[in-house]
Design a binder for this molecule. Structure first.
Ligand SMILES: NC(=O)c1ccc[n+]([C@@H]2O[C@H](COP(=O)([O-])OP(=O)(O)OC[C@H]3O[C@@H](n4cnc5c(N)ncnc54)[C@H](OP(=O)(O)O)[C@@H]3O)[C@@H](O)[C@H]2O)c1
Length: 245
């Protein structure tokens, strides 16, 4: 996929920058000529202007907001934001097979990482949104967060938290488009992609899956570059088509 002919803005922000897909988005944006790459996440930034923070904590709103305001004083304001944070399993918890395995602690952690981290980041970005500078926001979500599409059950905490993220995106779109008609807000399902998150679930995938992080990043950037008004506020498939909530 060639991104050379895409109009990539001067400045982009990648949140949850330590993620495999986030890293690949950074590489692709850099290759496509994006001059100012801003990042936020728990790790150290390597190729970018980085804000180190944990977005599950409410303090992170002020930290990211201060960082973005400082950048704005330097004339650097992101036009695109990709939020890549998400959790499906950790050393202790794995997606639930059914009702009896739902644990409150894991459900709350899933909500913190999959929803609250996106809320906090949007609150910080909101502080630098201006009526003259439109912004495009993409939260990486998941098709399994679609209520209409759930035909097999299980994975309760991940599904519930991604469904909540999708609802947040819908509300954020309404709010931000009142600020500026050209603002765009979407949730995107990247498809099964090589990463730590997908590592335990590679068996049984159709041929050609998981996608490389590079290919997924190219698709995310292509969606962002071609985002139309009618797509805003929706959950999009990695090819840009709408998915049911
Ligand atoms: N890979 C797939 O097959 C797939 C499929 C559907 C949807 N997605 C979605 O795509 C997004 C990116 O996933 P990925 O595959 O690139 O995953 P990944 O490499 O495992 O990265 C997940 C990122 O989420 C953040 N995160 C994880 N645990 C956290 C915690 N306890 N507190 C705060 N932040 C935490 C981290 O960002 P920092 O370290 O930068 O803070 C981490 O790098 C996720 O939202 C995921 O749900 C992925």
């Amino acid at each position: 996929m060639n991104l050379k002919n895409l109009a990539v803005p001067e400045c982009c922000l990648v949140i949850g920058a330590g993620s495999a897909i986030g890293q690949a988005i950074l590489e692709q944006l850099s290759g496509a000529g994006c001059r100012h790459l801003l990042t936020a996440g728990r790790g150290e930034g390597e190729v970018s202007d980085h804000c180190r923070l944990n977005l599950t904590s409410s303090d992170s709103v002020a930290v990211l907001s201060t960082f973005l305001k400082q950048k704005r004083m330097e004339g650097i304001v992101p036009s695109w934001c990709f939020h890549c944070s998400g959790i499906l399993h950790d050393g202790e918890y794995f997606p639930e097979k059914g009702l009896s395995s739902i644990k409150g602690e894991w459900l709350m952690k899933s909500m913190e990482v999959n929803v609250l981290s996106h809320v906090h980041a949007a609150q910080a970005v909101s502080s630098v949104i201006s009526p003259t500078h439109p912004i495009r926001w993409a939260s990486l979500s998941a098709m399994v967060g679609s209520i209409a599409d759930n035909r097999v059950g299980g994975w309760h905490s991940y599904r519930m938290s991604k469904a909540a993220l999708n609802m947040f995106i819908r509300g954020l779109d309404i709010e931000w488009r009142r600020k500026h008609r050209e603002n765009r807000v979407v949730a995107i399902h990247p498809g099964a992609t090589e990463s730590e998150l997908s590592r335990p679930f590679r068996q049984g995938l159709p041929p050609g899956r998981p996608f490389s992080a590079e290919l997924t990043a190219q698709r995310m950037i292509q969606i962002m570059a071609n985002l139309q008004e009618e797509q805003s506020g929706h959950l999009l498939h990695w090819d840009g088509s709408p998915l049911p909530f």
